[in-house]
Design a protein around this ligand. Structure first.
Ligand SMILES: [Zn+2]
Length: 240
């Protein structure tokens, strides 16, 4: 974890310091070695939150794009179950950064627990993912002019297959300036994707300017209309 509590305040790990786990209240030890990012660790090996994924630099650099208050926020459901959300914005959006494989059952549990979380998925973990994704994208012609949407087969791209039935906003991060958004409304085997600049994704949450949010909502509307238009022209074509 990036944060422990020291005197009830969120604190980052520094050499030799001790803190308290915000979830279970047990003691945390700071780990400030040379190799891994500095973090807090439970005395026993395991983190008390079974959903917690060991942080990579990728996780950390994403979290740090957002205000400290939004990072590692405990989220409760009505039954008192609690987990640490990577990011919870002041509009109540939960953003989860997923590096490792997540089995569909656990993903469904997390989707239900957080409401409609936004997933940002590390597309650089497996080398083949970017290759498969690019190949899939290149096999299809996008529609739209300013805003472009691709309708692609997911069968040759493991990453798309893993996430296509999630029904929550999913963004693949392949390390560039662009995030690829797997749009819900996709059906199994056939999915819609579009791209947005990474900086745009962050600004929409962080800057909170009405202008930026309106522009983003317009973008989403354009994407939805494009898909709708595309679907209806396809069904007309089928009726001919
Ligand atoms: Zn704990």
């Amino acid at each position: 974890m990036k944060f422990a509590l020291i005197n009830n305040e969120k604190a980052e790990a520094t050499k030799g310091s001790k803190g308290v786990c915000p979830i279970c209240g047990s003691e945390l030890i700071s780990k400030c070695g040379e190799l891994k990012i500095h973090h807090w660790s439970h005395k026993g090996k395991r983190n008390c939150d079974p959903w917690w994924e060991n942080e990579t630099e990728w996780h950390r650099s994403w979290k740090e794009k957002f205000p400290v208050d939004w990072q590692e926020v405990i989220h409760y459901d009505q039954n008192g179950e609690k987990h640490i959300a990577d990011i919870k914005t002041n509009n109540g959006w939960v953003i989860e950064f997923q590096h490792s494989f997540l089995n569909p059952e656990e993903r469904r549990a997390r989707n239900a627990f957080y409401g409609k979380p936004i997933w940002v998925v590390d597309g650089t973990r497996r080398k083949r993912d970017i290759e498969q994704f690019s190949k899939t994208l290149n096999s299809s012609k996008p529609f739209g002019s300013n805003v472009k949407v691709w309708r692609v087969h997911s069968d040759e791209c493991v990453l798309l297959r893993e996430w296509e039935d999630s029904n929550t906003p999913i963004f693949f991060d392949f390390g560039g300036d662009t995030l690829w958004w797997l749009l819900d409304g996709s059906s199994k085997g056939m999915v819609y994707v579009t791209s947005i600049p990474r900086i745009y994704f962050i600004e929409v949450h962080c800057v909170g300017e009405k202008q930026k949010i309106d522009a983003f909502n317009d973008f989403v509307k354009d994407v939805r209309n494009l898909i709708k238009g595309y679907e209806s022209s396809r069904s007309q074509f089928r009726r001919m």
